[in-house]
Design a binder for this molecule. Structure first.
Ligand code: ARG
Ligand code: ZN
Length: 883
């Protein structure tokens, strides 16, 4: 409904449907211009609801006829609903309709891409294929017949098992698929295209044989090995860690280059954005390899957490997404191996959480992990539902331990396999499987994590009494207006002045309980008393980021340096490095003074870089500065240019002061031998890339040619994309004179590879601004022959990267960034509302901006809001921003 009034859907209005659908027998005559759909449904009266008409969802469809038990019946079409006066009993409903895949640029429902047919049905895409009760609590068994031209579409796929296939007249062929598992319509999928498959047969622990297939376009087969390996590793892991086996004879993954998200967990037929699937050393970076492993695992894990047990309604989205992100994170950490590599994973999760979810939770789109209302559900596939949701699932594991958590999950499946349930059902299973636990006794308190938006702020202050050897730690929490205290586990330890871990002994107890514990903050304020503390301690709080909160621990520089050097918790060592940088950058921004990094800080960073024991990957994380978005969240009034100037100054000083150390680091972390995407090699490459980028920066400023020359050489002859792209990024972000030549070389070399060209756009969109050059370049790139709004990856690479993730270039005193944003949101919205609405989110935090940004941002928002043709998706974002 493009121009209708915003219709708000509320969680409390949930009602079971008047009818259920037991089976779906679907036939699709696939044609790009007009696909004919015949749907035969076994409709069951839900006796628990009063009798009423059958109201089906349908969007952009043409109805041809409707029959009940073989008799044509009349129907009314009203907007996106089709109403049928259905009898008060079970019956068979047959619907014939058409849809137009080639005009479907929204990429929701059935659409064409690269000459093939693909579907995306989550959340509400099935209604764009045929009329249906398109809601996740309606679960049916599907049989699907596909008919299409055999030459153009040699591969015909749907969920489940292939029953039959064969030739038809007129150069056509057919395939008939049956999925024995009842599923909601959002898990339905169809693919008809000219594809080839990498295949692997495996036998799982239970002794069952399975066929794994990864389908891609001809020519991409050599880029599927990593995905296949990741899939096999995921299958093995889920069985070993949680006892969850693969329940299908055939498990298929298909890659498509036009796709709104990363990937989709359709039962037995996952569909992936090629960016989340294809990798080769020559075309993908270490980060790509890592992301692909995580997404393949994520979609596979959905087979249990999402598909076997699904969501009753879309407010419960985090039931499957938070849980499945938690599971893919656990998997990635187990795959990474060493404790240090696990810590690096955790660091990267928290960096992303702070840069995206914290701003979201403080901005115009703030919502609880389980939202209470929405206009457009596609707007709620958010960092809060996914990443904060995963943090909340992690809290269960922190409270219950690994075994208690596994018991809870087991009970969850015993109770709810085959059902569509709620977040409350999950919490209840966790509590019931662990009677006597803190969780069980405080379940209501715990569940505030689902119902309250906002990031809790925790303040910690310690008091040491040297005479009595008592140490008192006072913790308090502050949540948003009207919000109640939450249950916050604070993992912690105490360090002595030489960094030694101190034994922890509670008041009234005779002995210590080791050197680490978890404090449970459950009230607004609490004090914790430690005794026999022989020296004044430095508290190490929130180890491993044990809860998604903002912590103010008031630690001095000296205490942070102590933690940075000695904490047994690698996460908190990293956190100390970030805090040291953050304090300095914010200090300069608040004072309106140029940033000057002191020797103590620079020496500490040099010590990290030169440290003989720390891993390279950890060093790279500790030496990286906090994200601009996270820095902005610490300020009441945000001047993005002031932050940008301070961050740039910090990088330059780190580059110049540690110049010799960076030279050493670059040489010492070269990886020899063939490319392997292992955590260890990736860590070395990450540190070498950081070193190169700082060396190019320092050299460019002083006009020295050697390092930029080396970087340019690397762009030309590196044998893997991580090093090649790192070198290109070094030149571009330093605005080195060789950057343009390097960009041209890179483009020419990969002109045929869309995913690499996406990187080329992204790099330029994300470059640190210098005298408006980045903005000018982005405007020029909008006119580049390779640029198109029709491909979501390409649109994101340039526009989302620039508007949402390059604050220093986007926020301009002349409002040029905002004008560009409003124009492009409008253009994109006419093509693909879901993609446009992601871009629209660049203005979430406009209200905290300093002038002149704030006023100009408001004007741009208002201008966009005035347009009469906005989609529901974009309208919801813009309206909320202006509220
Ligand atoms: N369930 C998919 C995943 O997280 C994402 C689908 C998102 N779909 C959407 N319309 N926003 O794996
Ligand atoms: Zn998911």
């Amino acid at each position: 409904m493009r121009e209708g009034h915003a219709h708000v859907i509320h969680r409390h209005d949930y009602q079971a449907p008047t009818y259920w659908i037991a089976t779906v027998d679907l036939t699709l005559d696939l044609d790009p211009a007009k696909t004919l759909v015949t749907s035969k449904l076994a409709v069951k009266r839900n006796a628990n609801q009063p009798h009423g008409p059958l109201v089906l969802h349908g969007e952009e469809l043409t109805p041809l006829r409707v029959m009940i038990d073989g008799e044509p019946v009349s129907f009314r079409q009203d907007g996106n609903e089709l109403t049928i006066d259905a009898p008060d009993r079970d019956f068979e409903l047959v619907i014939r309709n058409t849809c137009c895949p080639e005009k479907n640029t929204a990429l929701s429902g059935l659409y064409t891409s690269g000459g093939g047919f693909f579907t995306q049905c989550e959340a509400e895409g099935f209604r764009r294929i045929t009329y249906f009760l398109d809601r996740p609590d309606v679960m049916a068994v599907y049989t699907v017949t596909l008919r299409a031209d055999k030459t153009k579409y040699p591969v015909l796929l749907s969920n489940g098992n292939l029953l039959e296939q064969g030739d038809l007249d007129g150069g056509k062929h057919f395939a008939k698929w049956h999925d024995p598992f009842p599923k909601p319509s959002y898990l339905f999928a169809v693919v008809a295209a000219d594809l080839v498959a990498r295949e692997q047969r495996i036998r799982t622990r239970s002794g069952k044989d399975h066929l794994l297939q990864v389908f891609v376009r001809r020519g991409d087969l050599d880029k599927t090995e990593h995905a296949m390996n990741s899939l096999i590793a995921s299958i093995v892991w889920d069985e070993a860690r949680f006892g969850l086996p693969l329940d299908l004879e055939r498990f298929m993954i298909v890659g498509v280059s036009d796709f709104n998200m990363g990937a989709m967990e359709n039962k037995g037929l996952n569909i992936f954005n090629t960016s989340a699937l294809l990798a080769s050393p020559a075309t993908a970076t270490d980060a790509d390899f890592q992301r692909i492993e995580a997404i393949v695992a994520h979609e596979y894990f959905h087979n249990w957490t999402g598909n076997r047990v699904t969501c009753r309604d879309w407010f419960q989205l985090s039931l499957k997404e938070g849980l499945t992100v938690f599971r893919d994170r656990e998997f990635s950490m187990d795959m990474a191996g060493s404790p240090s590599a696990r810590a690096v994973q955790r660091i990267q999760q928290v960096r992303a959480l702070r840069a995206v979810q914290f701003p979201e939770d403080a901005g115009s789109m703030a919502h609880p992990v389980r939202p209470d209302s929405y206009v457009e559900i596609n707007n709620f596939y958010t960092a809060t539902v996914y990443e904060k949701g995963a943090e909340v699932v992690g809290l269960y594991q922190t409270l219950l331990g690994r075994e208690g958590f596994a018991k809870g999950l087991k009970l969850y499946f015993e109770r709810h396999d085959g059902q569509a349930v709620t977040c409350d059902d999950f919490a209840q299973a966790m509590a019931d499987a662990n009677p006597g636990s803190q969780l069980a006794s405080q379940l209501d308190l715990f569940k505030r994590w689902y119902s309250q938006p906002g990031t809790p702020r925790v303040t910690a202050r310690g008091q040491y009494d040297a005479e009595s050897h008592r140490y008192t730690l006072r913790l308090s929490q502050h949540n948003g207006k009207g919000e109640l205290p939450q249950l916050i586990p604070v993992r912690m330890g105490l360090l002595g002045p030489e960094g030694q871990a101190l034994p922890l002994q509670w008041e009234g107890e005779l002995a210590s309980h080791g050197s680490e514990t978890v404090l449970l903050l459950e009230q607004t304020e609490q004090a914790f008393h430690f005794v026999n503390v022989l020296v004044e301690p430095t508290p190490s709080l929130l180890r491993g980021f044990s809860a998604p909160v903002l912590l103010d621990d008031g630690l001095s520089d000296a205490q942070l340096l102590n933690l940075l050097q000695h904490d047994s918790d690698a996460f908190n060592r990293w956190e100390a490095s970030q805090r040291l940088a953050l304090n300095r950058i914010l200090g300069a921004v608040r004072a309106g003074q140029p940033l000057v990094l002191d020797a103590a800080y620079l020496d500490a960073m040099r010590a990290v870089l030169r440290h003989p024991q720390l891993d390279a990957a950890f060093k790279a994380e500790a030496l990286r500065l906090p994200e601009a978005a996270y820095l902005a969240e610490q300020l009441q009034v945000v001047d993005p240019q002031a932050i940008h100037t301070a961050v740039e100054a910090a990088w330059t000083q780190i580059a110049q002061a540690l110049r010799a150390d960076w030279e050493w680091a670059f040489e010492a972390h070269q990886v020899s031998g063939g490319y392997r995407p292992s955590a260890e090699d990736a860590g070395r490459r990450a540190l070498a890339n950081l070193a190169l980028s700082l060396l190019v920066r320092a050299s460019t400023l002083s006009g020295e040619p050697v390092w930029p020359g080396k970087a340019y050489q690397r762009v030309k002859d590196a044998d893997n994309m991580t090093e090649r792209f790192g070198a290109l990024a070094a030149l571009v972000s330093a605005h080195a004179p060789l950057a343009d030549a390097a960009l041209a070389h890179f483009h020419a070399q990969f002109a045929h590879d869309a995913l690499v060209i996406d990187k080329w756009f992204m790099l330029q969109a994300r470059a640190p601004e210098r005298d408006g050059k980045v903005f000018e370049r982005v405007k020029k790139l909008l006119q580049h022959p390779d640029f198109t709004l029709k491909n979501p990856n390409r649109a994101r690479s340039l526009l989302v990267q620039f508007c949402n993730f390059n604050p220093g270039a986007f926020h301009r005193a002349d409002a040029g960034g905002y004008v560009l944003w409003a124009d492009q949101v409008a253009h994109l919205d006419a093509i693909n509302p879901q993609a446009a609405s992601r871009l629209a989110r660049a203005m979430d935090r406009w209200a905290t901006l300093a002038e002149p940004f704030r006023g100009a941002a408001k004007v741009a928002l208002q201008r966009l809001a005035e347009r009469s043709t906005l989609s529901n998706d974009v309208r919801e974002i813009v309206t909320k921003a202006l509220e």
